[in-house]
Design a protein around this ligand. Structure first.
Ligand code: GDP
Length: 522
């Protein structure tokens, strides 16, 4: 490892923001980019929601529904660190996309609405982070509005998430009187991020003087209690996922955002080790390795291209280098890797472990693919979830069946839907986690392949990947249940059941067969 490589990698911070819709993820992303200098004016990210045509406004359906369907990455530099924010769709119908993206981050910012506390999506996303030991920094947003008592919010995080909290700052005032935060360890007052920022103070009384007279005494008591009762910050416990540092602010009114960026720089880990099938890969190894966690087609309607988002796990990616695709053993040329900024992309000449690059391709790359400089290894852990909705695709023009099959295959490779081909030769079944994914499929088949389709109920509603320690047991099962077996994109067998009752019944009848709801890409 060279010093230059180690230094570049140590400056990388790759993270996602997890939040329940409406907690302020978009606003916070926008402000992080603004203070990070990546965009000139706040509003570029927001534009999406206001249905203004922007370059990141990739799909009509996204505009119509006002939701962000796609996952993207945004990069900015701040005080020597390089921050990669991996954006995730807020809508739960695209949850599988979000979970896959979380495999590519080293830390997460959990945004909580100060009035609402922990909401269902926050909880779910937190659980995914915990499974992967992703350390979490908490940002309590909307302190400029009516909010709950800070202690009550901290208690809720501790109880509902079983996560220790260590407030780094404490809010000064609430709703109308909210005017910044107090850094408990540094004894500093943080004002608005756009004006005065940091000011050393002599003690709680000096902080309280910023509040109306009638709130001062209660505030001083609160600070003393916070100092006494709250746990101190502990970096090891944070990295292990047992403790979260907490910040208070208002993304909309520019409070607490700089503190959050600083915390990401100071606390969040540099690119972490990644587990592959044959060994663990360290970020600072010389040789480049990467995995694909997301495919996005037609990001730019003028180009009709397909971009694979790859997280670099080790070493350095140089434009023009060749990489080995583990799934096929073939070499591919990385001639035009790209970086993404708020609404622009740019050729990436050099990218380091922790960075995410977009690799344009015409179908060579799939979700879960591993790229190396030659070594045969496959990164583990990019999940595939058993769909909860299964449908047959009905084609209006039966002559186009072959074209449909090809289109579905492509959509499945991109992770838009999952495709199951029944063993008995009956028509293909598509599976999705959320109903909106079907709308995306329909829209894209029509717009990109001129294939008008509709969906029909299938007699199946549940599916599981099946395997067995003894291949003979699996063969026996597949032969016995041929009418209920399909193959996924990789040719792996999937058992389709009418409902969860019959699934349980079959699982009991065939104890040698393992039936799983999550498959990791291999
Ligand atoms: P997302 O759904 O999590 O991306 O949330 P948005 O960033 O779109 O925010 C949802 C709504 O809350 C919008 O109307 C924002 O303007 C508003 N909002 C976000 N942050 C704040 C804040 O700090 N204070 C107040 N008062 N409103 C906020």
């Amino acid at each position: 490892m060279t010093d230059e490589l180690a230094e570049a990698i140590s400056r990388r911070r790759t993270f996602a923001i997890i939040a329940h819709p409406d907690a302020g993820k978009t606003t916070l992303t926008e402000k992080l980019l603004l203070f990070g200098g990546a965009i000139q004016l706040a509003g570029e990210v927001k534009a999406k929601k206001d249905r203004i045509q922007t370059r990141s406004d990739w799909m009509k359906i996204e505009r119509e529904r006002g939701i962000s369907v796609v996952t993207s990455v945004m990069t900015f530099e701040y005080q020597g660190n390089v921050f990669n924010i991996l954006d995730t769709p807020g809508h739960e119908d695209f949850a599988d996309d979000t979970y896959r993206t979380l495999t590519a981050v080293d830390a997460a910012v959990m945004v909580i609405d100060a009035a609402k506390g922990i909401e269902p999506r926050t909880l779910k996303l937190f659980e995914v982070c915990r499974l992967r030991n992703i350390p979490i920094i908490t940002f309590i947003n909307k302190m400029d509005r009516e909010s709950r008592d800070p202690f009550e919010i901290l208690d809720e995080v501790e109880e509902k998430l079983a996560l220790d909290t260590a407030p780094i700052t404490w809010p000064i005032g609430r709703s109308k009187t909210f005017c910044g935060s107090y850094h408990l360890a540094a004894n500093e007052v943080r004002g608005s991020d756009t004006e005065e920022h940091t000011k050393k103070v002599s003690g709680p009384e000096a902080v309280a003087s910023r509040l109306p007279q009638n709130e001062q005494e209660a505030f001083i008591d609160e600070l003393l209690l916070a100092r006494e009762a709250c746990k101190p910050y502990d970096q090891d416990m944070f990295l292990e996922g047992h403790l979260t540092p907490v910040f208070w602010g208002s993304a909309l009114r520019n409070f607490g955002v700089r503190d959050l960026i600083n915390a990401l720089g100071a606390f969040a880990p540099p690119p972490r080790d990644q587990v592959a099938d044959v060994r663990t890969v360290h970020a600072t190894e010389n040789k480049m390795t990467a995995f694909v966690f997301k495919i996005q087609a037609n990001m730019d309607p003028n180009h009709r291209d397909r971009i694979a988002f790859a997280r670099i796990c080790s070493g350095r990616l140089e434009r023009g280098m060749k990489a080995r695709l583990a799934r096929t053993g073939k070499q591919i040329g990385l001639t035009a890797p790209q970086f993404f900024f708020a609404s622009q992309r740019q050729l990436a000449d050099t990218a380091y472990a922790g960075d995410v690059v977009g690799i344009p391709n015409h179908g060579t790359l799939r979700i879960g693919d591993t790229l190396t400089e030659g070594e045969q290894l496959v990164f583990q852990g990019v999940p595939n979830f058993a769909p909860e909705i299964l449908r047959r695709v009905r084609l209006e023009d039966a002559m186009k069946a072959k074209k449909l099959r090809e289109a579905l295959q492509q959509m499945a490779e991109e992770g838009v839907v999952q495709l199951f081909l029944p063993e008995d030769g009956s028509p293909a079944i598509v599976g999705v986690v959320g109903a909106l994914q079907l709308d995306v499929l329909k829209e894209r088949l029509s717009a990109e392949y001129t294939l008008p389709v509709s969906f029909e109920m299938s007699r199946f509603s549940v599916c599981r990947w099946v395997s067995a320690d003894n291949p003979l047991d699996l063969d026996k099962f597949i032969t016995a249940r041929r009418g209920d077996i399909a193959r996924d994109l990789d040719g792996d067998p999937v058992f389709l059941a009418q409902d969860s009752f019959s699934l349980r019944y079959e699982a009991e009848r065939y104890p040698a067969i393992k039936m799983v709801a999550i498959k990791e890409y291999q």
